[in-house]
Design a protein around this ligand. Sequence first.
Ligand SMILES: [Zn+2]
Length: 448
Amino acid sequence: MAPSEYWNAKNETRPREELEALQLIKLRRLCEWAYATTPFHQRRFDEAGFKPEQLKTLDDLRRIPFMTREEWMESLLEKPIFGEMLATDPVNAVRYHLTSGTTGRAPIRVLDGMKDWEWIAEMWCYGLWGFGVRPEDVVYLAFGYGSFIGFWGAHYACEKIGALVIPGGAQATEARIKQIIEMGVTTVASTPTYALTMWQKAREMGIDLASESKVNKLILSGEPAGSIPAAKRQLEEAWGAKAGDTAGMTEVGTIMIFECSHQPGGTHIIEDHYIEETINPETEAPIGYGELAERVVTSFGRGFVPVIRYRTKDMVLKVPASVCPCGRSWDIYDGGIRGRWDDMKLIRGTNVYPRAVESIIREYNCIDEFQIYIWRKDDLVDEITIKLEVKPDQESEWPDLQHKLPRDLANAHEGLRFNIERMEFGALPRFELKAKRLIDARPVAHYS
Ligand SMILES: [Zn+2]
């Protein structure tokens, strides 16, 4: 018998009515537990006049106050170093992690117990198995194994599946590439940016990963590019492998969404372990299928830090499960996580989202690396410049690119003028974990 395409067929194909009934039971239990154990939630529930017994239908969820990163940070700063977030004694913890803090903010710190870790791995199992990882796979985890949670959960999930795991910890890219080839690696997990960096480095070493490695699956996480069609296509071509997107966050400790092997152009939500609401980021009103929204996460699995109605600021567009032929009853975020609501830049009255710009740039296969540079001309006019490098073997594309790219970008941005600046090959920074391709060099007003 062929192995099932599901990690847990019963949960993944449960009829929606049954699924929602299950979510309601889990939600009540979660709120009762959070109220009884966690000072942070006790205070907030009381302030909002919310009591867990008010949860009679799933819509009653809206009685629960939203939880924000700012409140979490405040609690951490008031009562270092975990705030009033912990539902159990720190002595029960087995692991410490913190957020990557790419935006220069103070990191969120979390503790996990053994039960959390079993759950964290289980969530990754849904995603990895769903994308086709099997016991016979050799999985390479190309990340630093530091305090940032990254692919830690994926590591344990691969062991649980029975695949061979190669922890590609603190090594230079060159050494990692050699290991990938030498060990017959079939699956590589990394950020989209680093998957591209590895391919660039391999090319410099005279290695064609598509023909010289056995890699047939890339598991992507950590950045939105895993679901940008052109970026994904480029990676799939470069590696000669299928690329599957996943997304998680340190606040929850594991992934919440993953792309199945049918690659429906988006990521399934693990709905038996999460409730993912979609709301209007300004009015906070619920938003249905097919419209851009902010995702709000409630997690049933974490045993140390209850995460309830957490505002992620992630931009998503929810579509029904039926758009994918895999048979899962779990809804989908079309295009994965489409960026962050707070990433928006206002340039001469036009909204610019870095991910939207990236998705246009990625349509040009001849562009090797790029940077979105925002600056102010004569202290007066905001300008946006795309600095880019052309691949050495595709330099003949430049004259064409020079004219077409600004036109494509302007067409997608109400006619906004984009400047294009070609950089020498290798001049722009390359990234290992999360890329920082947006530089906002406009002077910031300071008020005392
Ligand atoms: Zn599917």
